[in-house]
Design a protein. Sequence first.
Length: 291
Amino acid sequence: MTYSGSVRSGNSGTAVQPVTDWTPPACWYEPRSAAEFKDYVETMYTETVNAPGQANYAKESVGQFRDIYKDGKYKNYNEDKADEGNWWVAVQNPDRVNDPASWECSDLPFWVANNDDPGVPQAVTPKILAEAAYDAIQLPDTKVTLAPAEITKVNLATWAWLDKAEFKKVSVTASLNADGLNIQATTTAKPISLRLEPGTSDAETIPASGVCTMNADDSVGEPYAKGKSDQTPPCGITYLRSSGGGAYHLKATITWQISWSGTGGAGGDLPDGTFGTTQDIRVQEAQAVNH
């Protein structure tokens, strides 16, 4: 499987967090040609038995695995049937290799004739590709612009907004081109709202729910401009108590609406996801600011 689009680099960054208890697939099964499978097994066998200090049980285990496909249950990796089918092998989601669920695909590699159903619920499909792409999406940081910035005053409405240029749809396409199977799916995340959590109970959010919805132009809130000091911002916070010598940790979380489309006209919705970051904001008494 390969990814393209707005893809997280390796395991860096934080993956989209589903708002439900749904999780992307931890593993699935993909097809391999007879030649590919033979090369995979023989390479693994050679590297294992020749590794300095390798434990005997590991050498025995890889040897037994090799025997199944070389001259045991199967003969020479079914190379004489290469045009008649493929090997299907278990694959772990690279973002969930430490998740115990990734071992649910525990079947040994098995042969499937062309056009036959692999017979396992985790056989790769466009939807599975879309769900795997969910994990791979790189979203922009959710640092909001504030006015006043970084330091504000007690009982002063602090304006908050997000620039529409930074918060737009992002997509990841997952593709699989294996022998007899060429499928892909594109998963798209669209920002729909911003939640502000002030970092203290001594604050009031605007609106009271703390959730600012997207504007028609995909921005959130409204930039502060001179002459608006006596107005109530459409999105913001009023702190009711000084942060003293420290700072409050303002958390800004975007909710993203996620959908997918794939090979054969398949598609639909996936659970909404959230992605948030925290920024410090200092709150001072009004008289302290004027000194």
